[in-house]
Ligand binder design. Structure first.
Ligand code: ADP
Ligand code: MG
Length: 544
């Protein structure tokens, strides 16, 4: 076997694999180029989730005839000349890899014109080979069309997920970019329908435009200035959390990135206000002098590394603490009680109880000696923990919510089998953005016992509902689903809808609920973050 250098085409195909994972990565790279070209308005159009067509149009500076030809060469960039330039980087791109990568694995056309030139340029490339390079009349700015992505990369094509997922991923990239650059107008069109449009303005208005007014209603403004870091943005109250970081939009110098140390610094600012493994929502813009940031650590520039990290973290944590302390939140330390710390056999899922024994074969608690039902008071179930000489007030609603959540998460088969078929199907119409979001979750909704299907472009019909549901909750439920990222969010929304029809429990029902509580490991919180139980000890009674 002899060593040989790879040819240009093979190199580009390999590089393309690193930079371009799916249609959303093409959209991300092209949006970044438009931003770097000082566009004030960016239009994104996709057909079939971008598999058939991605078209990005900007009103930026455009390229000359020669530059356009060079732009598709690997490592061709107008943004840096030498490695030191990375220390003062003002642009989103710098690696000169995006256009060459996209050109290698698609059929791409670039239409571009600089303001002071009379004619523009059309360059068309198929699988990295130039078909056309001519001058022609066109508008100022740049329009790039990418068709048949991965047509010559069958391995990559095989790994693509569903078209619905592609649409949702592109929507996410476009939304995130638009949150990163509130001063640029954005519009996203999917299958010829407008998904969202946001005009240039303040971050607050941008959040309203793309994440909805409800999102901002629950948020606290955060603002902080120092030489090392500036922060501007909005944070959720500690009661509004998600089971993952999907509601977190973090920007460093306008670049959407994941930066573990900053996300942790923000969470640390919430200190004990957060339930374990629950994450606050935020849209935060950090401005950090370029010399303290290394963006050259990830091929898609999704991660950055910080210098003077400890100092920056401390500043961030304390500024978040300050922002939160301005609201009237009662700071209360959340600590599991001794009997809650023990791990429970067959606990299906317990994300907020940290088992005290992580070592081999934990002693299994005898569940029968654990909380004993002693009474009912309104919608509270009173249980006694003998070892603790304590009485717990268990909130039936919060507990049921948590139990239902676990059941939906486990997708128990009875949900579909015991569906109630509606005499008259319900029909709902949404806007295109909402339809895209809902379409992504149709399969899960059906698995959870909600028989729903698309009926016309933005209309959906519901023909059957889960066993314990009332018809009136469906509309609210669907709106909640729109904001869902994953199955946990959906299970949470279903649990909430089922809990709407709760009645005060009988003694027997309460006993069953406590049994189920034990089975799932005595979680402290319902999925919405409400506390399940309050403790009264002899000591606290004496103090009253
Ligand atoms: P990079 O962005 O890292 O420089 P790309 O491959 O994404 O590399 O783009 C190569 C070059 O093409 C850019 O440096 C820029 O000069 C030019 N270019 C790409 N897109 C546009 C655009 N929309 N408007 C103007 N110039 C562009
Ligand atoms: Mg680029």
């Amino acid at each position: 076997m002899s060593i040989h250098l790879l040819d240009e085409h093979t190199i580009n195909q390999i590089a393309a694999g690193e930079v371009i994972e799916n249609t959303a990565s093409v959209v991300k790279e092209l949006i970044e180029n438009s931003i770097d070209a000082q566009a004030t308005s960016i239009s994104i159009e996709i057909i079939s989730g971008g598999r058939q067509l991605i078209r990005i149009t900007d009103d930026g500076v455009g390229m000359s005839f020669e530059d356009c030809r060079l732009s598709i060469e690997r490592y061709a960039t107008s943004k840096i000349r030498k490695v030191e330039d990375l220390l003062h980087l003002q642009t989103m791109g710098f690696r000169g890899e995006a256009l060459s990568s996209i050109a290698a694995i698609s059929k791409m056309k670039i239409f571009t014109k600089r303001k002071n030139e009379t004619l523009g340029t059309l360059l068309s490339i198929s699988g990295g080979v130039i078909d056309t390079h001519i001058q022609a009349q066109m508008h100022n700015g740049t329009k790039i069309e990418v068709e048949s992505l991965f047509f010559n990369a069958p391995a990559r094509r095989k790994f693509q997920k569903s078209i619905e997922r592609d649409i949702a991923d592109v929507v996410k990239v476009a939304l995130t970019s638009s949150l990163a650059h509130p001063k640029i107008s954005f519009q996203l069109i999917s299958n010829q329908k407008l998904v969202f449009k946001s005009s240039s303005g303040l971050l607050l208005n941008r959040i309203k435009d793309v994440l909805g007014k409800e999102f901002i209603d629950e948020m606290i403004p955060a603002s902080f200035q120092s030489d090392l870091v500036q922060i501007e943005g909005f944070l959720s109250m500690p009661s509004m959390t998600r089971p993952n970081r999907s509601g977190q939009y973090l920007f460093i110098n306008d670049r959407p990135v994941s930066c573990q140390s900053l996300s942790f610094a923000v969470s640390d600012g919430y200190a004990t206000l957060l339930e374990p493994r629950r994450y606050p929502l935020f849209v935060l813009h950090f401005h950090i002098p370029q010399e303290f940031i290394d963006v050259n650590v990830h091929p898609q520039k999704k991660e950055v590394r910080l210098r003077r990290e400890t100092q920056i973290r401390t500043l961030v944590t304390s500024s978040i603490e300050k922002a939160l302390s301005k609201t009237h939140i009662i700071t209360q330390s959340i600590k599991p009680l001794p009997w809650e710390e023990k791990s429970v056999p067959n606990a299906s899922f317990s994300f907020n109880v940290a088992p005290a024994f992580m070592s081999e074969s934990p002693p299994l608690p005898n569940l029968t000696i654990y909380p004993r039902l002693v009474g009912l008071w309104s919608s509270y179930i009173l249980v006694e923990a003998p070892d603790e000489e304590a009485l717990f007030f268990v909130d039936q609603r919060a507990l049921c919510n948590r139990i239902y959540f676990e059941e939906y998460l486990a997708k128990e088969s009875s949900l579909v089998k015991q569906q109630q078929t509606l005499l008259i199907p319900l029909s709902f119409t949404f806007n295109p953005k909402e339809s895209a979001q809902l379409s992504m979750h149709l399969k899960t909704l059906n698995e959870l016992g909600l028989a729903i299907r698309a009926f016309g472009p933005n209309t959906f019909v519901v023909e059957a509902i889960p066993p314990a549901f009332e018809e009136r909750v469906i509309e609210t439920l669907l709106y909640e689903i729109l904001g869902s990222e994953d199955e946990k969010d959906i299970a949470k929304a279903f649990a909430g809808s089922q809990a709407v029809s709760l009645k005060a429990p009988t003694f027997h029902e309460a006993e069953k609920l406590i049994e189920k509580w034990a089975k799932i490991g005595y979680p402290l919180y319902c999925p919405k973050g409400n506390q399940i139980r309050w403790l009264v000890t002899k000591h606290s009674l004496l103090k009253m």
